[in-house]
Design a binder for this molecule. Structure first.
Ligand code: ADP
Ligand code: MG
Length: 335
């Protein structure tokens, strides 16, 4: 397994990664998630041995200090898979096996298996120039997996693809990594991609690790308001507004609450009443912005379209909100 202990990386004395400690167990997929410039690629490059780092980077308890990139047994895959344009798909995938003098018979078999795994069975003789962006990334993935790396490092592997394809390939990537039993560290700035592909999430902000855990844990208990918003919560309410909403949800009041888009549902018998500010149709549901007295503007979902200015009853869905970890529980404030 991979362990990072207080890893720091600086460029010209300016820190890009500070004191990051993480563990990645065999067979697991960890997403390094954070905004652009938060140090994700820098950390990945340090693990790969492409960037000098302070602190400890270990594999199975043995330090990788001084071990060059090509001797770490890791494979790297980038946003643009960088295939060899003049080689067929089969020869791209077989490239590293050829260097390792794997026999031609074994290579052919393994290439066919890998292409099946990534959904490109029969593509052996195609040239990269004849493939779509998604197909090229699949070939790049097959090539990375060909040498059975003990760790696969992926830097924004789906970012160059358009939205619909990205979503589909994210699901495929998860299946492929699990079927191959690959341990992987994937950099992404897209929280949906992180959730779609990985088992665990490490959230980075300005070079520091903000939170790490399983998808469920991180989503259910974001560390603070910033983390909640970055993970995809729509709003974070504080103080009296938070207490009012938690009260209406039948939950213990707290000083902060993070709300999903669908935390409020239009319901004539709901405990809260507000005024519709705007209504907008989305493919899945009708989304409202509602002004609630003592709370402010909140997002809500509805089945029927009320008009701006209408009065609307709202109920709160307790499983669509979260109390950030940094929040002091009310019971601690007023024992
Ligand atoms: P991310 O991948 O999260 O977008 P990076 O790891 O690429 O972030 O960058 C983190 C910080 O380090 C940024 O401020 C970036 O400008 C800086 N940085 C990255 N690479 C270099 C480099 N080779 N030289 C100097 N600064 C760099
Ligand atoms: Mg990057």
């Amino acid at each position: 397994m991979l362990s990072l202990r207080e890893v720091s990386v600086a460029y010209d004395g300016k820190p890009a990664i500070e004191d990051v400690s993480l563990e990645l167990a065999d067979g697991q997929v960890l997403a390094l998630l954070g905004p652009s410039g938060s140090g994700k690629s820098t950390l990945l490059r340090a693990v790969a041995g492409l960037e000098a780092a302070d602190g400890g980077i270990e594999w199975d308890g043995r330090s990788l200090r001084g071990v060059p990139t090509h001797k770490r047994g890791f494979a790297l895959m980038f946003q643009d898979g960088q295939l060899f344009a003049h080689l067929t798909v089969a020869n791209n995938v077989a490239y590293a096996m050829r260097l390792r003098r794997v026999s031609s018979v074994d290579r052919t078999k393994r290439v066919a298996d890998l292409l099946d795994l990534v959904g490109l069975g029969g593509y052996q003789d195609r040239l990269p120039g004849t493939l779509s962006g998604g197909e090229r990334q699949r070939v790049a993935l097959a090539r990375s997996l060909a040498v059975e790396p003990r760790l696969l490092l992926l830097d924004e592997p789906l970012s160059a693809l358009d939205a619909g394809l990205r979503e589909r390939l994210a699901g495929d990537l998860r299946r492929i990594l699990h079927e191959a039993g690959t341990t992987a560290l994937m950099v992404t700035h897209d929280q949906e991609e992180a959730f779609a592909v990985s088992d665990r999430i490490a959230l980075l902000r300005e070079g520091r690790l903000v939170q790490e855990g399983t998808l469920q844990d991180v989503w259910a208990r974001p560390t603070d308001a910033w983390a909640a918003l970055f993970l995809g919560y729509a709003r974070v309410l504080e103080g009296a507004a938070a207490r009012t909403v938690l009260n209406a949800a039948g939950m213990t009041p707290a000083e902060e609450v993070a709300l999903r888009w669908s935390a409020f549902v239009a319901d004539p018998s709901g405990p809260l009443t507000g005024t519709v500010v705007s209504a907008r149709a989305t493919p899945e549901q009708l989304r409202l912005v509602v002004r609630l007295p003592g709370v402010g503007e909140v997002d809500a979902v509805a089945d029927e379209a009320p008009a701006p200015g209408d009065s609307v009853g709202l109920r709160v869905e307790p499983n669509r909100l979260a109390i950030p970890k940094s929040t002091v529980p009310e019971s601690a404030v007023h024992p």
